[in-house]
Design a protein around this ligand. Sequence first.
Ligand SMILES: [Zn+2]
Length: 703
Amino acid sequence: MYKKKLESKMAPKKAYKPFRGASSFNQPQGMAQAKSQDLSQSSNQISSKKSLDNDLIIDSIGLNYVTKTVPTNLVRNQQDQSRFNQKGDGSRKINGLSRTKGPKRNGGPRRNDKQGNPFQSKNFGSGSINVDFHKKTNGTEVSASGLIENSLKIYPLGGQEEVGRNCTVFEYDDDIIILDMGLQFSDEDMPGIDYIVPNVSCLRGKEKNIRGVIFSHGHLDHIGGAPILLNQLGNPPIIGRQLTLAMIKHRVEDYRKGTSKNLKTILIKNISDKVTLGKFKISFFQVEHSIIDAVGLIITTPHGTVIHPGDWTFEDGDKPGNTFGYSHLATLPSPKILMLESLGVSYIKERVSVKTSTDNLEKVIGGAKGRVIIGTFASQLERIAHIITYCEKIGKKVALDGYSMKINVSIAQELGYIPPHKNTLISIEKISDYDDDKIVVVCTGAQGESNAVFSRVVNNNHRFVKIRKADTVIFSSSVIPGNERSVQKVKDRVYRLSDNVIHSDIMDIHSGGHANADDIKKVLKQIQPDFFLPVYANHYMLVETKKLAMREGFKEEQIFVLDNGNVINFKKGQKPVVFKEKVNTDYVMVDGLGIGDVSEIVLRDRRMMAGDGMIVVIATIDAKTGSIIGNPDIISRGFVHMKENRDLIEKTRAKVKQIVKDNNPMTPADDDYLKNKIRNEMGQFLFVSTQRRPMVLPVIIKV
Ligand SMILES: [Zn+2]
């Protein structure tokens, strides 16, 4: 639900400015995803297994993924989308929202083509983007031969100015690899937008250079954009561990039925696997994070060794089989470039260990006298698995609810990460067949997402679960930055319904997946990078991380806080350079089936209608004389309740008559002129009468 920003409500009303953008209604968009819960097994497997390179294994994940029924019209519409699905370059310039200034567009060849710069106009179509890497950067004149060829360029397409939309491009001559393709959830000022995906328009024309896309783990801010972007980039090979690839495969299939068979997967079977992608040599290291199969990345090039843990935290060895530390990375070849997810830099609370949180969770579940209702992330598979196993031990039944949670658990069961637990897992419809103290419900939506199961339970809209006073309600997730208010609201409601509410502010029941400031210090000491790039967080967090690193003895010139679209160039023996020109990272907003087709004009209309509503003025005009016939009709939505404002509506009618009359009767009416006149003068009139600025939509009917 769109909420007007507090500041705009508080702002003093200014003089009326006519609104000129509103001339037509927007068609309602289709649903983003089929909501069907009809799950059926499919045996669609990718089974080819061949070796492409000495240390590169193309493998399938051999997974029976679960499909859901997609309405045929959805499939048809999706098939209709062109590869880029947009006019021009795969994105629309969104002025008000643009955070970076897009580079100049130039369809023609450029002077330096012959110098082999893959970034410059090889096969660039019209509307493509050329970044001039020959510009002065940081006050240094950069020569083409010195920098452009044979150097490592890194440019983040998202994740440097927000939490989400993580996506980073690494380029070396004609070889490109990409790390992660995440999505970002829309802000309050983007009504109706489902989510935002990274803008890959800068890679258009260079699809053939993309050697692979590596996914660090299966969280949505790392894989959520994959179904759209992989298709846009011609389905390059994807590299990841088992669960990550299975989740991507499922999302791709879910997005467009029958397309997951196009995925070329390179499975990281063992953490010691190595993959060669063009000139990039990739190896991996184990990281601790709040999802199974998260992996850290080492990208070896002649100009630097990039160390990127993806999302990470420390786990101090109290988890069986895990000994985590990152000291072994210190011996990698120099220069070592550490790209470190820094989301937790402002966490000063001591991190809760997995053991502490699971012990506490067991105590709460074991001791509960009523039912236990746990809200968590669908991707918290280890925790969900632990809850199921523990409940089996103590004889409680577990009901899972939430589409994504059921899917994830079934994927994890297929892969053998979660045992079947046939006698413990029950369907949500069956919970009333058991005593309350035998029931544990695990559902999605602890972030206060309005359409998730937890919110339905809390709002008393769930068919089978109604919270009772004796029930125990557990918030088993950390609050994602930006969701604080909605989580607080949900907490307020739950406290009215249940006497036993547990969340991480009152008990250590959740160990977050992100490192805190101490951990960042520790990892910097362990790895001792030559260059340090804080990543995957809001700008302020990146700057705080930079300050922290400087307090730890790093020099300012070793640290680079990049924005989305910044290009940093590494060449051995030279100082890294951040180019002045950025690549285009304008928002590509997804609304229903549309990708990037919601422009700033559409958003502005939506904001306006959400802010002050709209009023439709229908005037019937004599085509010959231009004089008004009868009383104009007024329709209002979201502006005033018409029945209670008859006086205003009558005055509005009279005003319309006056405006049309002033329009020189006896001459045929000019539609556009008259519409503009009605829009402007009615807008002025309504503003003076109400201090509101509804969208005015004039309709002229000539008879
Ligand atoms: Zn993550």
